[in-house]
Design a protein around this ligand. Structure first.
Ligand code: FE2
Ligand code: FE2
Length: 442
């Protein structure tokens, strides 16, 4: 807990620190994480299965010809699975933050021992992420098992995966890692003490070998252990680069907010109309509020704190630019026809779509499923246009932020990788190529 004498001492040193102290103290006074934990404990899929968890537009395959002819129960399943996939990626990103928050906090404190408050603040945020992750896994596990059945939990040897070497949307992989994670969380004490957070910070020589595919390692799943280790080592060694990590974290915060704000508005609408509010909608609402504190932290560390440090070397500027470039390449390089807030190619989703269409939700034969995948991925439809609109909103927020970082190359300041990925024509061309490869393999 910070005290008023600590506040006086550190804010005299650095005004950015005083803003962060205020943000930290507001976070400590809030109870959003506690609300999320309560919803986690009481979650039961059956009690939430008959309602939309977000606007129908936030459903998997919304805007495709398949969605148009889907039944109400199929539409609800697609809406719930959209929530599941979004929070699977969020949980993966937040799992990565458990490592990056702690190692960068240690590095920032090395600048000035008065900045110990940052270790406490980031330790508190990390503890909140642990609780968020637990909740997302709990909802996701129950929902996936209920909708896609036990088959989705087994990684069958005859899976088409091996034929096309696809990586993402592997529910079986995801669920086994989710199960391990839940076990780990249950074994851990619920309340992590400050000294435990510090112990974790000191354990920086441990390799960053976690293999999750969140925003920091890259949602595309193409990052490798040596690249992860490389950025981790740099972010934890140089204070300027530790601050740069928070610029990347702010990009992730904006991407989260770009979608979650819509669910928060949906929650408010249901509340105003006195309608039933599904638990996942409420979880999103409180997560949105909790993440506002984290977003403020990222903004002040990523945008302002580095200006209080000595000028970066050429090497530091190079690495900082590579980090932002990687964040664009691995998370924001294309558009999707199957989800409003996915900014990657859909080729990695084909195997998952096969499983979904052959699951109890659609109960299709393999030829029928292949036929629908072709219709949904390889032809222009409303889904691509909705994605492009959301893509452009995020692009404009990211540019507004990036133009304030004077060390960025134009490719990063203007988010050129993301901008050039915003093309329906390119997305469909890529999908046709991937679909042909897939259909030849099966
Ligand atoms: Fe979170
Ligand atoms: Fe967060």
């Amino acid at each position: 807990m910070i005290t008023s004498s600590d506040t006086l001492q550190t804010s005299q040193t650095n005004p950015v620190i005083s803003t962060l102290e205020k943000n930290y103290s507001n976070n400590l006074e809030s109870n959003y994480t506690e609300k999320i934990e309560e919803l986690d404990q009481n979650f039961n899929y059956s009690s939430n299965s008959n309602a939309y968890w977000s606007e129908p537009e936030h459903s998997l395959l919304y805007g495709t010809p398949l969605y148009e002819q889907a039944s109400l129960s199929q539409k609800l399943a697609l809406n719930h699975l959209h929530w599941v996939l979004f929070y699977k990626l969020t949980a993966d990103s937040e799992t990565e933050l458990i490592h990056y928050n702690t190692v960068t906090a240690d590095c920032l404190m090395s600048v000035n021992s008065d900045y110990k408050m940052l270790v406490d603040l980031l330790g508190h945020e990390t503890d909140q992420e642990r609780k968020h992750i637990h909740t997302f896994y709990k909802v996701n596990y129950q929902t996936t098992k209920f909708l896609l059945g036990k088959k989705a939990l087994i990684n069958s040897a005859s899976d088409q995966v091996s034929l096309v070497k696809q990586k993402s949307f592997q529910f079986s992989d995801y669920l086994s890692s989710a199960a391990n994670f839940i076990t780990m969380m249950m074994l851990k004490d619920k309340e992590q003490s400050h000294s435990e957070n510090l112990r974790e910070v000191k354990d920086v020589n441990k390799p960053a070998s976690f293999a999750s595919n969140g925003f920091f390692n890259g949602l595309s799943g193409k990052s490798n252990p040596s690249r992860r280790q490389f950025f981790s080592d740099n972010w934890r060694t140089y204070p300027f680069l530790a601050a740069n990590f928070y610029a990347v974290r702010y990009m992730a915060n904006l991407a989260l907010k770009n979608h979650e704000f819509g669910i928060h508005k949906y929650y408010k609408k249901l509340q105003k109309d006195n309608q039933f509010i599904p638990s996942p909608t409420t979880i999103s609402h409180y997560h949105f509020l909790d993440e506002a504190f984290h977003t403020t932290t990222s903004l002040f560390l990523g945008r302002d704190f580095y200006k209080t440090l000595p000028k970066p070397s050429l090497y530091e500027k190079l690495i900082a630019n590579l980090a932002i470039l990687q964040a664009q390449h691995e998370n924001l390089n294309a558009i999707s026809g199957i989800s409003s807030n996915r900014f990657l190619n859909d080729n990695d989703a084909i195997v998952f779509l096969m499983k979904l269409l052959q699951s109890p939700v659609f109960d299709m034969s393999a030829p029928e499923a292949i036929d629908w995948i072709e219709k949904c991925l390889c032809h222009e439809h409303e889904g691509f246009h909705i994605n492009l609109k959301v893509h452009n909103q995020l692009l404009s927020s990211l540019r507004k932020f990036a133009e304030q970082l004077d060390y960025l190359w134009p490719v990063n300041r203007e988010m050129r990788v993301m901008a050039s990925g915003g093309s329906i024509k390119k997305a469909i061309k890529n999908n046709i190529r991937a679909f042909k490869q897939f259909s030849r393999a099966v």
